[in-house]
Design a protein around this ligand. Structure first.
Ligand code: BGC
Length: 371
């Protein structure tokens, strides 16, 4: 089968013929429909991240996926041929209490694998096999946007973490009748935009920041969902004196993340989701003032990575809500669909102004055949 292949830590990606996956007796056979390109993929292609499976000289890239079931084993009664599915990414270490409890997204040993990222083949390929417990069935009406479910699951977990911490003191009014909590979203890529929609639908007054003017797709979607957009190309001073109850970072820039701490309102929570380059040169920070502000203001900083099965399910529910509240807004985030053959060129650079580029592999994300 054809697949996008990398050989970390060597940079670059190629489209190659590789052996089709060997399916175990309990594996569901899935034909890939389409896959999203993520900043993590670009980091792997740049040689900064990622690891091939043990004993295999290459890694099939890709973790943001949508596929159609080809064949199901008898052990997967909830699935049928023709169903659309999204596969989760992380496979737990099997040893720590978190992985044993089904929360490999909190793995404590670091000995997990992640499909398309670390030690397990990904989804930029024509097909894959997977056990049914790692597949999430997608309702047919969500097919055109379901390729965003994996990144959205990361958002769902991050917001849940932020709200768990915020739950110490306050909750926003979901029906909008109370005083809305304020949120700042740093970054208007797919994660930042999906976070903005999720926070708006939960009743937050949202400000989203990036380094662009009002002419982008992101700025238009922000207007549609009633979020404020601020261009911080000249610095966070563009936010004036504003501080926020919940800050969600989706940019991966260490200096910005530090500056965001100062944007927390008293009792506020900063959730970090961007994965910075560990080789970033050290920063000089006013540690005393920052830590003093955290303590005296009951402020919190929390990191969040990956997602649980429940976060994927929550993502499906929220995507359906967005489609009825802001029709077309989520689809607008899919700024390009390109054939798999173009992957090497797409993965070689960050496409300014695009939000999510999707690689088309199989037949389109149309509705599933009737069951
Ligand atoms: C993926 C997560 C993964 C993380 C760290 C992200 O791009 O969406 O599933 O856990 O990278 O590797």
């Amino acid at each position: 089968m054809r697949a996008v292949v990398v050989r970390p830590p060597a940079p670059g990606a190629t489209v190659e013929e590789v052996p089709a996956p060997l399916l175990g007796p309990d594996d569901v056979h899935v034909a890939v429909v389409e896959c999203g390109v993520c900043g993590t993929d670009l980091d792997i292609v740049a040689g900064k991240y990622g690891r091939a499976p043990a004993g295999v000289p290459y890694l099939i890239l890709g973790h943001e996926n949508l596929g159609r079931v080809v064949e199901v084993p008898p052990s997967a009664p909830g699935l049928a041929a023709g169903d659309l599915v999204v596969a989760t990414v992380r496979r737990g270490c099997g040893a720590c209490p978190y992985c044993r409890a089904g929360r490999s997204d909190f793995c404590a040993t670091g000995r997990y694998t992640e499909r398309g990222i670390a030690g397990a083949p990904g989804y930029f390929a024509q097909e894959y096999g997977e056990r049914p417990e790692f597949l999430v069935r997608v309702p047919a009406p969500l097919a055109p946007i379901a390729v965003l479910l994996e990144p959205f699951s990361v958002v769902e977990k991050a917001i849940a973490q932020g709200e768990a911490v915020r739950g110490r003191v306050a909750r926003p009014s979901p029906d909008g009748t109370g005083v809305a909590a304020s949120a700042l979203v740093a970054g208007t890529g797919a994660v930042g935009m999906l976070a903005t929609l999720a926070l708006r639908s939960r009743g937050y007054a949202v400000t989203a920041i990036d380094r662009h003017d009002e002419s982008t797709v992101a700025a238009r979607v922000l207007r549609t969902v009633g979020a404020r957009h601020t261009n911080v190309a000249e610095g966070l001073a563009a936010l004036g004196a504003d501080r926020f109850d919940l800050v969600l970072e989706a940019a991966g820039a260490p200096s910005l993340a530090i500056d965001l701490i100062e944007r927390l309102a008293p009792n506020g929570t900063l959730v970090l989701t961007g994965i910075p380059d560990a080789r970033t040169p050290p920063l000089s920070v006013p540690a005393g003032a920052l830590l003093r502000g955290l303590v005296l203001g009951n402020r919190a900083v929390v990191g969040s990575v990956n997602a649980s099965h429940a976060d994927f399910e929550a993502g499906l529910r929220d995507l359906a809500t967005f489609e009825s509240r802001w029709p077309g807004a989520v689809g607008a985030l899919l700024t390009a669909r390109r054939p798999l053959a173009e992957a090497p060129a797409i993965l070689a650079g960050r496409d300014a102004g695009s939000i999510k580029t999707v690689l088309t592999v199989g037949t389109g994300a149309g509705p599933a055949p009737a069951r």
